[in-house]
Design a protein around this ligand. Structure first.
Ligand code: SF4
Length: 326
């Protein structure tokens, strides 16, 4: 019998709580439940879009995967190997395989370093000693992301926003990773430049077989680049399925609301009750039961008491809502 191949990334019950401390004695007075039991997989060459409003915990998920933030509980597996509790030294070979592209290409690049040194830094850290070898690899990377090798000696402020994000992409590619976490990687860019960077990421995926966790609050961007999409609300995944199904047949009231909140060009078109009202509540004191109940137009008494589990409602289509369990 052939053993099933493990997905590249498996995340199971990932939780991250941040203690809130007050007073001179810095006593813990509460926990911010930024991520609360999140599970998903990403296969080789696949993009999972992770979408939700600001403060829903999606950035914390991305950083926890790379262990830039230490998870409170749960597990993260690469090729079936649990990396959650590996020491820094044990983690090193896995770190090479997972890289991150940050939202703001300006603040994520050291303004005092030349672009070529920024891109070559991971090579240096991971033991490529020869300066010549590093420069040659950096020149290849510049070419690959649409920059000129002649620009390697320029400083970040001498590049446009889109070019700076290309430097970020080149840096992420330096160690031949298999998985890249894009943390709102195009949100700070003009719309026309966003499309160029997205297309670059998709080209790289086709050529190099990369996997992406693509984090964004922008549904249009997520729809373009993702194969599957997970929707997060206040630390939990509330819906998860393939892209086409999610955008044509959303099941969860929050996903429905997000889709209806996408701007409509004609002001005469009236919103209906599916448009979500109000802000995301604080994760320090989330509403009991279904976290979405204070904003949900379909909420019932039960929703305030019991948290709905994420269940497979249709084949490969998961949602967490009491209404769908009836
Ligand atoms: Fe709305 Fe209740 Fe479903 Fe939550 S469980 S999304 S409050 S209907």
């Amino acid at each position: 019998m052939v053993e099933p191949v493990a997905p590249l990334l498996q995340v199971e019950g990932l939780t991250k709580h941040f203690p809130v401390k007050r007073g001179v004695l810095r006593r813990t007075i509460g926990q911010v439940r930024a991520v609360d039991g999140v599970s998903f997989t990403i296969g080789a060459g696949e993009t999972l879009g992770l979408v939700g409003e600001s403060g829903c915990g999606k950035t914390t998920v991305g950083r926890s995967l790379l262990r830039l933030i230490e998870p409170t509980s749960g597990s993260i597996r690469i090729d079936g190997r649990d990396i959650t509790r590996l020491s820094r030294a044990e983690l090193r070979p896995f770190r090479r395989q997972m890289q991150i592209i940050f939202q703001d290409p300006f603040s994520s690049l050291n303004p005092r370093m030349r672009a070529g040194d920024i891109v070559g830094e991971p090579l240096k850290v991971h033991g490529v000693e020869s300066k010549r070898e590093r420069r040659s690899r950096v020149a290849q990377l510049f070419d690959r992301v649409g920059l000129r090798a002649a620009q390697m000696d320029a400083f970040p402020h001498q590049f446009s926003g889109g070019q700076r994000q290309r430097i970020g992409v080149a840096r992420a590619l330096a160690l031949n990773p298999r998985l890249i976490v894009g943390d709102e990687p195009v949100s700070a860019l003009d719309v026309s430049i966003q499309a160029q960077v997205i297309n670059l990421l998709m080209d790289l995926q086709r050529e190099l077989g990369l996997s992406y966790l693509f984090i964004s609050h922008n549904l249009a961007v997520v729809e373009h680049i993702s194969h599957r999409v997970a929707v997060m609300y206040l630390g939990r995944i509330v819906e998860h399925t393939d892209k086409v199904t999610l955008f044509t047949r959303p099941l969860h009231p929050y996903t429905e609301a997000l889709l209806y909140a996408v701007p409509v060009p004609d002001p005469a078109i009236k919103r209906d009750k599916r448009v979500v009202q109000g802000d995301v509540p604080s994760p320090l004191n989330p509403p009991p039961g279904c976290h979405f109940h204070p904003r949900c137009p379909y909420a019932e008494a039960r929703c305030k008491l019991e948290a709905p589990a994420l269940r497979e409602i249709e084949p490969a289509h998961f949602a967490a809502c009491h209404l769908l369990n009836q």
